[in-house]
Design a protein around this ligand. Structure first.
Ligand SMILES: Nc1ncnc2c1ncn2[C@@H]1O[C@H](COP(=O)(O)OP(=O)(O)OP(=O)(O)O)[C@@H](O)[C@H]1O
Length: 274
């Protein structure tokens, strides 16, 4: 297994947040973790990445590529995060450093974890920009000059530049409008499949999950309520929380209209569209 979570408990000294979650992600598999706001999805992703707030603790087992994460020393976790597992979070505007160029942000994981000379770094960054459909002319631009969709492409480029085996995304497209959201999800799926990597896609939105995953776990109040094939679960959810999330997704749609397309294709300085 690329990711094996067994009986994970996350909480503070007074309150449990995640209460005994087990889940698996196989090599090359795209798996969803879906649940209402506050159900504990982000705490699971943080426990997996070893970045829980200091007031919270984790018990149980989280193995990434067979390596136990819970209780592992920080240096080992940092190395694992750089080489084996990457994350893409919501709101890349906040995640990207405003004083650094796009090329710097994309190349940073490579610079931190591998010995790569300047010319090779530039070439790898430019190739990575091609892979996420960002024009090379943006290499020396700054995050504020890009649209939300372009910034999310920068975050994806940075997350994938080290060719990780597992990518964890936590609501990566929530801040984007429908058409840009669909394009970013499709791009992520294409790149993850191209790398032969695995994806754990965290969201509250089944409409997005259907595009991104083949199997999913539904969370409610810190535990897994049900799991199964994403399409099958959407056709026949077995729990009230599953049914409510599917119903909510049916009211939204990822098939954009002409007016969505107008909104999505925001023309940026230099005539670049998102
Ligand atoms: N530092 C913290 N200390 C104590 N409780 C916390 C802390 N951070 C979050 N929580 C609580 O943990 C619960 C789960 O939060 P979490 O962010 O994992 O939910 P989520 O399913 O990801 O929700 P959303 O979709 O809104 O991001 C919430 O009730 C939240 O209030």
């Amino acid at each position: 297994m690329v990711l094996h979570v067994h009986d994970l408990v996350v909480g503070s000294s007074t309150a449990p947040i995640v209460t005994g979650v087990s889940l698996d992600v196989a090599p090359g598999e795209r798996v969803g973790l879906v649940g209402p706001s506050g159900s504990g999805k982000s705490m699971i992703s943080r426990a997996i990445l070893g970045i829980l707030p200091s007031s919270l603790h984790a018990k149980g087992s989280v193995k990434i590529g067979g390596v136990e994460v819970i209780g592992a020393p920080d240096a080992r976790l940092a190395d694992l995060r750089g080489r084996y597992v990457s994350a893409v979070f919501q709101n890349p505007g906040a995640a990207l450093d405003p004083v650094h160029t796009i090329a710097h942000s994309i190349g940073l994981p490579l610079a931190l974890h591998y010995d790569v000379d300047r010319d090779e770094m530039r070439e790898r960054v430019l190739r990575q920009m091609d892979a996420v459909d960002l024009p090379r002319s943006l290499a020396d631009a700054y995050p504020h000059q890009l649209s939300g969709g372009q910034r999310q492409r920068v975050a994806i480029a940075a997350a994938l530049i080290t060719s990780p085996r597992l990518i964890i995304t936590d609501e990566p497209t929530t801040a984007l409008d429908a058409v840009v959201q669909r394009d970013v999800v499709d791009l992520l799926v294409r790149l993850v499949d191209g790398l032969g990597a695995s994806l754990l896609f965290i969201t509250h939105d089944f409409a997005v999950l259907r595009r991104a995953t083949t199997r999913c776990y539904v969370m409610e109040s810190g535990r897994i309520a049900e799991s199964g094939n994403t399409e099958a679960l959407m056709r026949a959810p077995q729990t009230p929380v599953g049914a409510a999330l599917v119903e909510a997704a049916e009211m939204l749609t990822l098939h954009g209209t002409a007016s969505d397309a107008m909104k999505g294709g925001t023309v940026m300085k230099g005539g670049v569209t998102s």
